[in-house]
Design a protein around this ligand. Structure first.
Ligand code: CAA
Length: 256
């Protein structure tokens, strides 16, 4: 489910579960965490590209797996996802997200853990969680406002709307947009520029910039996990995820 290859000093990590649009279930999250832990120890990887197999980058956390969770299990699932994604963010070498398609929910949150984001013109971004009766749970409430600012994060998270690559670029959610067949060449070119620089200085620069963006984030992630868990004790979460899994229309949300 998680593939890793090296091209010289550049690593390429691919989320590969195309039959479910690379949705992150527990197995994929565990694979991601263990792969990332190995990459962290490999000093010869000077830059890492993260991408998805097929037409999606990652279409989110696995809704079928989350559907029947209760509040405790929901909180646990959120913490498990946070751990895997935080490990990506904490990698010592720069990480480039090459966003080839849908980056929704946990997929957008994975892209946010990269240091630089390049999108294909086909990429689509969004945090659709509130339509599923939950909050973003893999770090989106903390990382999205840090990347695009509070009000734009409110817009995306509270509406749950999906944006195309050009709007994502205008919002600052991605750094550049390229035609689909230029995505990997562009990501490799950027990774190559980074990998040609002094490795210690590159890692030290990343660490220093992260000091700035990480301020207050650890506490914020714990609070996010609490909120995410509480959603799993609501009717909205049960109804909306049941509807997605059964390909049925959602009922109207009740006041709760
Ligand atoms: N979880 C589980 N399965 C998923 C999935 C997800 N997030 N996203 C897609 N899939 C599955 C579909 O169920 C479908 O499976 P089957 O072929 O077995 O029916 C397969 O992937 C292909 O998907 P679609 O047929 O739906 O493809 P499409 O091109 O018609 O639509 C899509 C694409 C708009 C991305 C649609 O799949 C979709 O809306 N997916 C869900 C997106 C979403 O809500 N993500 C957020 C999840 S919650 C989250 O991530 C919480 C968090 O913060 C941790």
């Amino acid at each position: 489910m998680i593939r890793f290859e090296k091209q010289g000093h550049i690593g390429i990590l691919t989320v590969s579960r195309p039959e479910a649009l690379n949705a992150l279930n527990s197995e994929a999250l565990d694979g991601l965490l263990s792969t990332v832990q190995k990459i962290a120890d490999d000093i010869s990887v000077r830059a890492l590209i993260v991408t998805g197999e097929g037409k999606a980058f990652v279409a989110g956390a696995d809704i079928a797996e989350m559907k029947d969770l209760d509040a405790d299990a929901g909180r646990g699932f959120g913490l498990r996802g946070q751990a895997a994604l935080s490990a990506v963010e904490a990698l010592p070498m720069p990480v480039i997200a090459a966003v080839n398609g849908y980056a929704l929910g946990g997929g957008c949150e994975l892209a946010l853990c990269a240091d630089i984001r390049i999108a294909s013109e086909k990429a689509r971004f969004g945090q659709p969680e509130v339509g599923l009766g939950i909050t973003p749970g893999f770090g989106g409430t903390q990382r999205l406002p840090r990347v695009i600012g509070v009000s734009k994060a409110m817009d995306l998270i509270l509406t749950g709307r999906t944006v195309k690559a050009d709007e994502a670029l205008a919002m600052g959610l991605v750094d550049r947009v390229v035609p689909p067949d230029e995505l990997m060449p562009e990501a490799l070119k950027l990774a190559g520029l980074i990998a040609a620089n002094a490795p210690f200085a590159v890692r030290a620069s990343k660490r220093a910039i992260r000091r700035f963006t990480d301020a207050g984030q650890t506490e914020g992630l714990l609070y996010e996990a609490e909120m995410f868990g509480e959603c799993f004790a609501t009717n909205g979460q049960k109804m909306a995820m049941e509807a997605f899994v059964n390909k049925a229309p959602k009922d109207e949300f009740i006041d709760e």
